[in-house]
Design a protein around this ligand. Structure first.
Ligand code: CDP
Ligand code: CDP
Length: 226
């Protein structure tokens, strides 16, 4: 049997992380762990509870008493909060607008990082997020940092939203992505940044398949070398 490793995929919104992470996981029969969905889930819960999103202490306590479950399915991941299925609800604009504020709190990140390490502890996992290669799994055997121009990333998101029947405007999506990039990369605790030993792939001009192939090649090389 091939040696199992962990794969960290980080980068800003719309770079293609979750799409390629799912495909890489499926090609290798690895577990896909969508860490962004976990931050979205606690944000959804905090909004439901009308919690103060600027109060890290309160959000930390809320997270301690909230059960977040990721269940792999053929499309990717089903997300449950206290046994309620919230996979679609956590993609709504209100969650997207607030998730970076919730995710900046130390009391929230500590618990999330611990849960994510536990999920990846048996190896054979692909995690995508913002701080996987730098903070969650600094020893991940393969680290990838995906980027793309802000216009291209916004266009991808906009097209997804239109397909879902949402009433989106491209300019508003560009603004929202810029704002989230800014919040995620300037927060004090494990901001979005490329790990020194991560392979950077600019996907602006690349197809999903090309990106998946590049990552699978990195995995093969790494497994062969160990
Ligand atoms: O898919 P998209 O890029 O829109 O976002 P996501 O991966 O679902 O992540 C949503 C938000 O969660 C990000 O904008 C970050 O604020 C936060 N996040 C994080 O702080 N650390 C992670 N490992 C993953 C997500
Ligand atoms: O997870 P992240 O926010 O980084 O991005 P995503 O949700 O995986 O990708 C956003 C959209 O871009 C999806 O609809 C993908 O199909 C599309 N995409 C693309 O067109 N070309 C790529 N090389 C990667 C993603």
């Amino acid at each position: 049997m091939m040696k199992l490793i962990n794969i960290a995929i980080d980068g800003p919104a719309g770079a293609g992380k979750s799409t390629v992470a799912k495909k890489v996981a499926s090609a290798l029969s690895y577990l896909y762990i969508d860490t962004g969905a976990m931050y979205r889930a606690i944000t959804w819960k905090a909004l439901q509870e009308k919690a103060d999103l600027n109060n890290g202490e309160q959000l930390g306590q809320l997270l301690e008493s909230t059960k977040i479950r990721l269940v792999p399915d053929e499309k990717g991941t089903e997300v449950f909060v206290d046994d309620e299925e919230v996979s679609a609800a956590i993609r709504q604009n209100e969650v997207t607008r607030n998730v970076s504020i919730v995710a900046a709190h130390e009391k929230v990140r500590e618990q999330m990082v611990e849960a994510q390490r536990e999920l990846a502890s048996r190896k054979g996992a692909v995690l995508d997020g913002r701080d996987i290669g730098t903070a969650v799994l600094p020893d991940a055997e393969v680290k990838v940092f995906l980027t793309a121009s802000v216009e291209e990333r916004a266009k991808r998101r906009y097209e997804e939203e239109i397909q879902k029947g949402m009433d989106s405007k491209l300019d508003a999506v560009i603004e929202e992505i810029r704002r989230r990039d800014q919040l995620d990369s300037t927060r004090l605790i494990s901001p979005l940044t490329k790990a020194e030993d991560a392979e950077e792939i600019d996907t602006t001009q690349l197809s999903i398949e090309k990106v998946v192939q590049q990552i699978c090649r990195l995995v093969e090389e790494r497994v062969r070398a160990t």
